[in-house]
Design a protein around this ligand. Structure first.
Ligand SMILES: Cc1cc2nc3c(=O)[nH]c(=O)nc-3n(C[C@H](O)[C@H](O)[C@H](O)COP(=O)(O)O)c2cc1C
Length: 409
C-alpha cells in the first residue's frame, strides 16, 4: 500500500490518496461563532494543497461550551449560508467537519462552568481551569442529540461528512478515560459503559446521515487493549474511518512532549505507532495514524506493514499546506519541521509546552486565513502567550456577544 494509492471507505467515498490533513483548531470565527471568509481562504488552501482528506478544526456543538474563543459553533442560531460557502471553498478534496464538546478542558476564562463525566478535579495547569460539574443523564442524552443534529447540518451544507472528536482530553475522551470518568451509573465503570456516550452518538449519526456521508472518529492512544476492544464496536456502529492520536493538555504527546514539557523520544516518529498497530489488527475499517510523521521512510513503513491505512499530518501543513500534494507525489521526502522549542525550567515548559506547541502553528493558520505566508521567525514564547493569555482575553471580551445571540431569539 502506498501513500498515493486511493483509499475506499465503507460509505462508498474514495479518498484520492492516504495523506490526511489533521484537525487543527483555527479559532477565526466571527464573534457570533459563524464561519467567516477566513475559513474559506484557509480551507481552500488546505484542500488544494492536495491531501486525500481534510479534517477541519474542532467545531462546537454548544455555544455555552467552547474550547477557545472564536471556535465555530453550529446550533439553531448558526448562519447556514456561511457553512455552505465554507464547504464549497474546501471541495477540492473530501473535507469533513470535526465535532466536539470541550468538557473539562476549557479554561475558566473561556468557560467558568465546565462540565465533564464527573465532578472535579480541574485540569491541573496553573489554576487556569475550573472544576467541572458531572453531567446528568438527561444532559448526556441532550448532547447526544446535538452532536447528531450538527452532523446533519454540516452534511446538508455540503461537507463530505464528520469526525466525532473523542481524543485529546475533551468531553468524549474524558468519558472513555477511567482517570476522569468516575461515574457509577450506565456511563461509568466498564469500557462498554464509558464508551456508551460515544457509541450512542455514532450509532444515531449513522442512522440519520446519508449513507454516502463519511463518519469518522478520533481516538486516544491511551490504552492499547481498550483501543483494540473499542475499535470493533465503532466499526459495528457504522464508522468509516478511525483516527488514532493521543495526549491532552496535561500530557501533550500530540505535540511531541511529555508531561514535563520535554521532547518525547521513541523508536518511531509517531509516539502512537504501537496503538495504531494494536487497533488495525482488530478492525477492517481504515485506520489513520496521526502524530509526528515527517519522513517518507516512516510513512512508507507504517503503510506497508499495515500499522495504518493512512497517515495524518498536522503541524507541517499548518505552515505550508502545499506540502501535502508534493509529499504524496514524491517531490519531497520530508515534511518541514519548523516548530520552535521552548527552553527554560521544566515547570515552565510543562505549563506552556502545549500552548507553544499548538500556538505557534495556530498563528500560521491565521496567517493563511488572511492570505499571508508563514511567519517562520515567530518567537515561541509570544505564540504560547497568544494561545493562552491572548485566548483568555478574547474569550472574556467576546463571550457576551456570542451568548447574546442565543438570548435574542
Ligand atoms: C494548532 C493546532 C491545533 C490543533 N487542534 C486540534 C483540533 O481542533 N482537533 C484535534 O483533534 N486535534 C487538534 N490538534 C492535534 C492535531 O490534529 C494532531 O493530532 C497533532 O498536531 C499531531 O500531529 P502532527 O505531529 O502531524 O502535528 C491540533 C494541533 C495543533 C498544532
Amino acid at each position: 500500500m502506498s501513500l498515493s494509492e486511493p483509499l475506499p471507505l465503507p460509505c462508498g467515498a474514495v479518498l484520492p490518496n492516504r495523506l490526511v490533513r489533521a484537525a487543527m483548531t483555527e479559532s477565526i470565527a466571527d464573534r457570533h461563532g459563524d464561519a467567516s471568509p477566513r475559513h474559506e481562504r484557509l480551507y481552500r488552501a488546505a484542500a488544494e494543497g492536495g491531501p486525500g482528506l481534510v479534517i477541519t478544526g474542532n467545531v462546537m456543538v454548544d455555544r455555552a461550551h467552547l474550547e477557545r474563543a472564536r471556535n465555530v459553533v453550529v446550533d439553531s442560531w448558526t448562519d447556514d449560508a456561511a457553512l455552505r460557502r465554507w464547504a464549497q471553498a474546501a471541495s477540492a478534496v473530501p473535507t469533513i467537519v470535526q465535532l466536539s464538546h470541550p468538557g473539562r478542558q476549557t479554561t475558566r476564562f473561556v468557560n467558568p462552568h465546565p462540565v465533564g463525566p464527573s465532578t472535579g478535579p480541574a485540569v491541573a495547569l496553573g489554576g487556569a481551569y475550573a472544576r467541572p460539574r458531572g453531567l446528568s443523564v438527561v444532559e448526556i442524552a441532550d448532547l447526544q442529540d446535538r452532536f447528531v443534529e450538527v452532523a446533519e447540518r454540516v452534511v446538508d451544507a455540503g461537507f463530505a461528512g464528520v469526525q466525532v472528536h473523542a481524543a485529546h482530553g475533551y468531553l468524549l475522551s474524558s468519558f472513555l478515560d477511567p482517570g476522569t470518568n468516575r461515574r457509577t451509573d450506565l456511563y461509568g465503570g466498564s469500557l462498554l459503559n464509558r464508551a456508551r456516550f460515544l457509541l450512542g452518538i455514532v450509532t444515531a449519526m449513522r442512522r440519520t446521515l446519508p449513507a454516502s456521508a463519511i463518519l469518522a472518529v478520533k481516538l486516544d492512544a491511551r490504552d492499547d487493549d481498550e483501543l483494540a476492544e473499542l475499535g470493533p464496536w465503532l466499526e459495528d456502529a457504522g464508522v468509516d474511518l478511525l483516527e488514532v492520536s493521543g495526549g491532552n493538555y496535561e500530557k501533550p504527546a500530540m505535540v511531541g512532549l511529555d508531561a514535563s514539557g520535554a521532547d518525547l523520544a521513541g523508536e518511531h516518529e509517531s509516539p502512537f505507532w504501537n496503538s495504531a498497530a494494536a487497533l488495525s489488527v482488530e478492525v477492517d475499517v481504515p485506520v489513520v495514524l496521526t502524530g509526528g510523521f515527517r519522513s517518507r521512510a516512516e510513512v512508507d513503513e507504517a503503510l506497508e506493514t499495515g500499522v495504518c491505512d493512512a497517515v495524518g499530518v498536522g503541524r507541517p501543513l499548518a505552515v505550508r499546506p502545499e506540502l501535502a500534494g508534493r509529499f504524496v507525489r514524491g517531490e519531497i521526502d520530508t515534511l518541514d519541521r519548523p516548530a520552535p522549542r521552548l527552553g527554560g525550567p521544566a515547570p515552565v515548559r510543562a505549563l506552556l509546552g502545549a500552548a507553544v506547541g499548538a500556538g505557534w502553528h495556530r498563528i500560521q493558520l491565521v496567517r493563511t486565513s488572511r492570505g499571508r505566508g508563514p511567519a517562520l521567525r515567530l518567537p515561541a514564547l509570544a505564540a504560547g502567550l497568544d494561545y493562552s493569555v491572548g485566548d483568555w482575553v478574547r474569550s472574556l471580551v467576546e463571550r457576551p456577544a456570542r451568548m447574546r445571540r442565543a438570548r435574542r431569539f
